[in-house]
Write a protein that binds this ligand. Structure first.
Ligand code: AMP
Ligand code: MG
Length: 478
């Protein structure tokens, strides 16, 4: 059992009992390997592990000797309401892996059983939601979007009860950090200001050691979190991805995409799209994500205030940078999607116009951008005359830059993915996995490794979603 000898450290556990609780994972019955992410395993130095190693490790049975397994405590604002204590209710951090570059990577088993923070939950994760997180975090990673990653996943015979009876699954999530906005909120609202400062110092020591002696290091960390959050959400918007549950406990201090639930990529463009069937009011609708990111940064500011040397004034000044960071990143990403190398003041009108037609006609977001460099793009539209009027102005705008056609095209193909992990593709893989057939998971995993490349064998995976895709309802239950 090679995994027993893996080199783990436990720096978060060493912060003490205020920050986490010791827990023992509860293994699932008759675990089976669903997938192992060999390229991530290679990066972490686990390439030679056997499948059985991954099964045992993912099942939390016989953990490596130097593992100290813990559940992290946090709080958060869920759908705008304050929840004083949350914490890892079904995720267990088994330690931090060291890679050659000195970066520590948290290894966390998700679905490993009860913890002191399970509240009314059972500590389990069902197969369908585990497949969704496992594949989508890798899909976003390959789109160049900061995210937690997936190392391996297992299915089991353990029964888990949701709307129906399902089977329990587990995955190993890998991330540079699992510290959330809600982790800071927990210590702030319980008035444990020494612990709050210790958490800030921990994050700085681990991720930004160059700031560790700076007097204004809380400000520096907050500024970085605001910037990363704004830029992360700009990236989500540019690929048409909706998180679905942007509660502050699901916001990473490092600006990683974390806690995949009822997420979804847009099919037909709809700015008001709500991917979470339980989000009645559309708090986390697609077009609201940038504003919610700001709201969440405000909640983080509030939490950090007791230890922020500059106080309110400084918090406000830093918060003000959010719209600027968002707009800068978003406009760079959008310009690349349209093939513009430079900025022109007419761009926002031009872009608004086409988004408006796409909204009216529910034009497929991903296919539109991928087709924009082909002559066939007008076929996507119902009102072709209207589209042609727009397209002539767009062509003029492109020509104004005087770049070679093939350069423009190459840039656009590298900025507009052909393959995205649409909900219906996931659903097909889930339906198969629920009857014990995991091959479609491997297929999607393979395709999503190279989302910008032409993959002639998988042409059908880039096509318009079938009619039933619109009927899919993804709830919070997971
Ligand atoms: P989420 O919105 O999925 O990020 O979860 C919100 C909170 O509920 C987190 O603290 C989770 O750990 C907890 N939770 C979600 N599902 C379960 C479960 N099945 N058992 C225990 N805790 C859970
Ligand atoms: Mg969560």
């Amino acid at each position: 059992m090679k995994y027993m000898h893996m080199n783990l450290v436990n720096t978060y556990a060493q912060l003490g009992a205020t920050f986490s609780s010791n827990v023992v994972p509860q293994p699932l019955e008759q675990p089976r390997l669903v997938h192992r992410n060999q390229s991530l395993a290679e990066q972490l130095g686990y390439a030679s592990f056997s499948d059985e190693d991954f099964v045992q490790f993912c099942n939390g049975k016989n953990l490596p000797k130097n593992s100290q397994s813990i559940a992290m405590v946090y709080a958060g604002h869920q759908f705008g309401s304050w929840v004083p204590r949350l914490g890892d209710g079904r995720a267990i951090l088994v330690g931090e892996a060291t890679k050659s570059d000195d970066t520590l990577y948290d290894l966390q088993i998700k679905g490993a059983g009860l913890t002191p923070y399970s509240r009314n939950g059972d500590g389990r994760a069902v197969l369908r939601s585990t497949i969704r997180e496992y594949l989508c975090s890798e899909a976003l990673h390959n789109l160049g979007i900061p995210t937690t990653r997936s190392l391996c996943m297992i299915d089991s015979e353990t029964l888990v009860y949701r709307e129906k009876t399902e089977t329990g699954a587990a995955m190993i999530r890998v991330a540079e950090s699992h510290v959330r906005f809600g982790t800071f909120e927990y210590f702030s609202y319980t008035k444990q200001y020494d612990a709050l400062q210790a958490l800030v110092d921990y994050v700085i020591q681990r991720h930004f050691p160059e700031w560790k002696n700076e007097e204004n290091r809380v400000e520096l960390l907050f500024t970085e979190a605001v910037k990363r959050t704004a830029e992360l959400i700009a990236q989500w918007q540019s690929v048409g991805w909706c998180h679905g549950v942007m509660n502050t406990d699901n916001m990473s201090i490092l600006g990683l995409t974390i806690d995949y639930g009822p997420f979804g990529f847009l099919d037909g463009f709809d700015a008001q799209h709500i991917c979470n069937h339980s989000d009645w009011q559309g708090r986390y609708a697609f077009s609201r994500q940038p504003d919610i990111g700001y709201w969440n940064c405000t909640a983080l500011a509030q939490a950090l205030l007791p230890i922020l040397p500059g106080g309110q004034e400084s918090a406000q000044a830093i918060l003000k940078t959010y719209p600027k960071f968002f707009a800068e990143k978003y406009s760079i990403l959008l310009r690349a999607k349209f093939g513009f190398a430079t900025a022109d003041e007419s761009d926002s009108t031009l872009i608004d116009q086409i988004f408006q037609q796409m909204q009216e006609e529910k034009t497929d977001y991903t296919i539109f951008f991928r087709s924009l460099c082909d002559d066939s793009v007008e076929n996507l539209f119902v009102d072709r005359e209207k589209f042609r009027r727009w397209y002539r102005i767009y062509q003029r705008r492109l020509n104004q830059e005087g770049r070679a056609e093939q350069d423009i095209r190459a840039g656009m193909l590298a900025s507009n993915p052909k393959y995205i992990l649409r909900n219906h593709l996931l659903q097909i893989a889930i339906d198969k996995a629920e009857v014990g057939e995991y091959s479609e998971i491997e297929t999607l995993f393979t395709i999503m490794q190279k989302p910008f490349d032409e993959q002639p064998d998988y042409e059908s995976y880039a096509e318009l979603p079938p009619g039933w895709a619109g009927e899919l309802e993804i709830s919070c239950s997971s």
